[in-house]
Design a protein around this ligand. Sequence first.
Ligand code: 5GP
Ligand code: MN
Length: 338
Amino acid sequence: MTLKDIQQLLTSPKKIVLVTHARPDGDAIGSLLAMYHYLRQQHHDITPITPDVYPSYLGFLPASEQILIGEEAPEQAQEVFEAADLIFILDFNSPKRIDQLEGLLLQAKGVKVMIDHHLEPDDFVDFQFCDPHASSAAELVYEFIEALQHTKLINREIATCLYAGICTDTGRFKYNIRGRLHQIVAVLIQKGADANAINESIFNSLSEDRLRFIGFCISERLTILQDLNAAVMYITLDDFVRFNYQPGDTEGLVNYPLSLKGIRFVALLKEADDKVKISFRSKGSFSVNSFARKHCNGGGHLNASGGALYNYSITEAQEHIINLLEDYRAELVEVEAV
Ligand code: 5GP
Ligand code: MN
């Protein structure tokens, strides 16, 4: 299928499912809701859906209350996937990333369109609108709307959602910044995105628990492996309980150790009931995408990836990662920062 075919499909009202990944972040929800506000103007019947809840700090995004939470409404999720003419896959490129919705997505008969910026997409869609150099899925949603010659439909709601997606996935305009991105952001601000208000809602709305949790993780749970230019942090189930963990509370935590001089690799290990979930970040040429794919059933981007280890306790998982890093010593020691 081509973009023209998708454009043609969208000329008459369709049943559309918009879906993004589990444990959604600002880019996931921003892209999801921007597409919702865009397609709504063309009288489609649209259901935005996530596998599980989104962080409360994203609740300010317009129409967030419209999002169907798959794990809270499994029957409704099944109905909308089965009935969909079109399914937009936003900010992920492997069906594994939507947990229990994976089967529904793979069995759905509707035309599948992927708008995404991760490396190495799985082959399960009819049309890919993908660019691994893009800062965010939100940037690509903008490009998608522009490619369909609908820039004039970008209203304040769309601009707000896209700005939120871009500013979160770029770490507030630090990563994957291209001139083109700033041009897009300029348009979003002209269309009504209130940068100050969005920043306040997302970044300055922490609970006391969350701020103290960040402090605790940094002071009590961080191991610095200076000779490997690496750092490893872990969080136990008890830590989550102690700090009254809410979805989204670990967002951005993995980036703190990267601010240490010389550190080029960070792993953040989070204990869960059935696995240890891991976030990876790197600087320069060291590919955490390859590392996560090879060793932790995961993937992502060159410098930001994630995955999981099964059948390891949190302590064993940490030891395992540190042992693996020993094998990468030469690479880690030589890697340039930028
Ligand atoms: P985060 O560490 O912020 O959860 O995720 C960082 C990046 O890695 C994101 O781009 C995310 O999509 C990707 N990622 C996180 N967890 C997984 C995973 O389990 N599998 C894959 N393939 N990618 C992941
Ligand atoms: Mn993203």
